[in-house]
Design a protein around this ligand. Structure first.
Ligand code: MG
Length: 185
C-alpha cells in the first residue's frame, strides 16, 4: 500500500529534501495539494513536474489569497514567468515555511519587492510596496512622505535606492515583515 502511494522515485524525494526544508511526507502532501489545484490536468498519483498552474490557480490557495504580494510571489517563484510547476511550488512553500531562516526570506523579499527588477529597492518600488500594503487608505501626499521617510532613514550610502544590506536593515525593524512571508503547511 505504502509503495503505491510514493508518486516520486526515491532519488527524486532525496533531491527535493536536499533543496528544501521538507521531508518525504511533506513533499508528497504538497504534491497532493498541487494536483488538487488543477485536478483535470494533474493526476495526484503520477509525478508530473512539467504541468504549470496559472497564477490565478495558485492564488486560490488560502496561504496566498490574502497576501498583498501574491502576484509578485508567483512571478518570483515562477521559472518561466508565466506558470508554476511542481518544483516552483515546492520552492515557494519551502521559502515561506517556518523552517526557512529569516535571511532566506529576506533575500526573496528583496526580489519580490524589487518590482522593476533592477536589483535595488528604489523610490518607485517603495511606493508600490506601500500601495500594496495600504491600498487606497494612503493618498499621494502621504505616500510621498512615507517614501521620503524610508529613504532618509535607510539610504545610508545616499544613492537614492536601497541596496540589499540597507533593505535588510529596514525589514529587520519591521515586526510585520515575517508574517507576509510565512505560511504553515
Ligand atoms: Mg528596483
Amino acid at each position: 500500500m505504502g509503495q503505491s502511494q510514493s508518486v516520486f522515485e526515491q532519488d527524486q524525494y532525496n533531491q527535493y529534501a536536499q533543496c528544501t526544508y521538507f521531508n518525504q511526507k511533506d513533499i508528497l502532501r504538497l504534491y497532493k495539494r498541487f494536483s488538487k489545484l488543477d485536478p483535470g490536468r494533474i493526476n495526484p498519483r503520477i509525478a508530473d513536474v512539467s504541468t504549470r498552474l496559472t497564477f490565478a490557480q495558485m492564488q486560490s490557495l488560502p496561504e496566498l489569497r490574502e497576501n498583498p504580494f501574491k502576484d509578485r510571489i508567483c512571478q518570483v517563484f515562477s521559472t518561466d514567468g508565466h506558470g508554476i510547476h511542481f518544483e516552483d511550488f515546492l520552492d515557494m512553500f519551502s521559502v515561506l515555511s517556518s523552517h526557512a531562516p529569516w535571511e532566506l526570506k529576506a533575500a526573496y523579499a528583496f526580489r519580490i519587492f524589487d518590482y522593476n527588477g533592477d536589483a535595488a529597492i528604489c523610490k518607485a518600488d517603495i511606493k508600490q510596496i506601500v500601495r500594496n500594503l495600504a491600498g487606497d487608505s494612503v493618498n499621494e501626499d502621504e505616500l510621498y512622505e512615507i517614501v521620503s521617510g524610508v529613504m532618509q532613514e535607510s539610504d545610508i550610502a545616499k544613492t537614492h535606492r536601497l541596496t540589499y544590506t540597507e533593505f535588510e536593515h529596514v525589514i529587520s525593524r519591521a515586526p510585520d515583515f515575517a508574517d507576509l512571508f510565512h505560511v504553515t503547511i
